[in-house]
Ligand binder design. Sequence first.
Ligand code: SAH
Length: 362
Amino acid sequence: MSTQKFQEWGVEQIKKSGPIRLSNAMSNALIHPDFGYYHSQDIIGKKGDFITAPEISQMFGELIAAFLGFIWDQSGRPSNALLCELGPGRGTLSADIHSALHQIYPDFADAPLHLIEASQTLQEHQKATLIHPSIDWHDSFTQIPPQPSFIIANEFFDALGVDQAIFDGVQWRWRLLDFTTQFELVTGPVLNQSEFDAFNCISVSNPTKGTVIESSLKSEEVTCDIAHHIKNYGGACLIIDYGKNNPIGDTIQAVSSHKPVEPWSSAGNADISHWVDFSAIKRLTEKSGARFIGPVSQSHFLSQIGIKQRAERLAKSDNPEHNRALFAAVDRLISPAHMGNLFQVGLIVPTGKGLPPGFQPD
Ligand code: SAH
């Protein structure tokens, strides 16, 4: 149903103004009020289309809580601190962070919680899951009050949509979405100077014919908003996502029922995402006057902040079944065969020196 509505919307747009930008198609496929995928029921979790780290194990949220609490402590324990999650999904991560903070940093645990969420359906889930004295929902980061903010974004940036450019052997051109009998990618006009700069084409030395690069304008805007906020009011933002450290490659992917599917014929009924370019996030953070740390792999980050020790603490000597599930979850989160190397972790902080746990060399 949503796939058909997406197709009707896409065909209409293309008829009006020619082939469309991929970021426009992706963000509408995900959050358009009539057919956006994130408005459907039960998309995240074992029974849904894809599973995320907080849905794999509560240990993920507990470790993030320990990390954010540590950074809050190092920042001088500001009493007006806020907690913020971008794209909270079912609310599981914020709920796990909240209960872990009560154990380890009780003075920080009930800091007002600000959630950035585009989907009404997921907001309802979050309302049902979260027991917290002060929660506010927003649709844009710019609505966060001017106070020190400790922010987590797990699998948020990958949902913000990306544009592509392709090298034709001489110059860079747009890669756009067209429709004949089905959706297809086509080569569009040559990038003008400001588009060339936005794609940071200059960073790609010696491209060959057919090289594809990506740029996410929306991620860059959000990064600048966050970095300015942290520079001006303090705090930190932990970003965890499928990622890489350059703009090269076609990384648009879609999953449905835990299996990869062709993105455009499934749009509206599948989770369409891309690999986040952490080099762009770093560049924009620094341009905004804040500091970027990382990226490191999720495996490095979680291992260094003690996921194995946490699993050993939670293991029960009389319950081998429980322990098997616990160590299987650790394996999914950190082994290179699963999420360990695909997922990268970066941190935005005010200017300063030193590396927090999770980001130190081995
Ligand atoms: N962090 C959660 C969910 C990740 S799925 C987890 O780890 O389980 C992506 C989340 O980002 C969803 O909650 C989705 O509705 C939200 N989202 C996607 N695009 C958004 C946008 N443009 N603005 C606000 N929220 C968005």
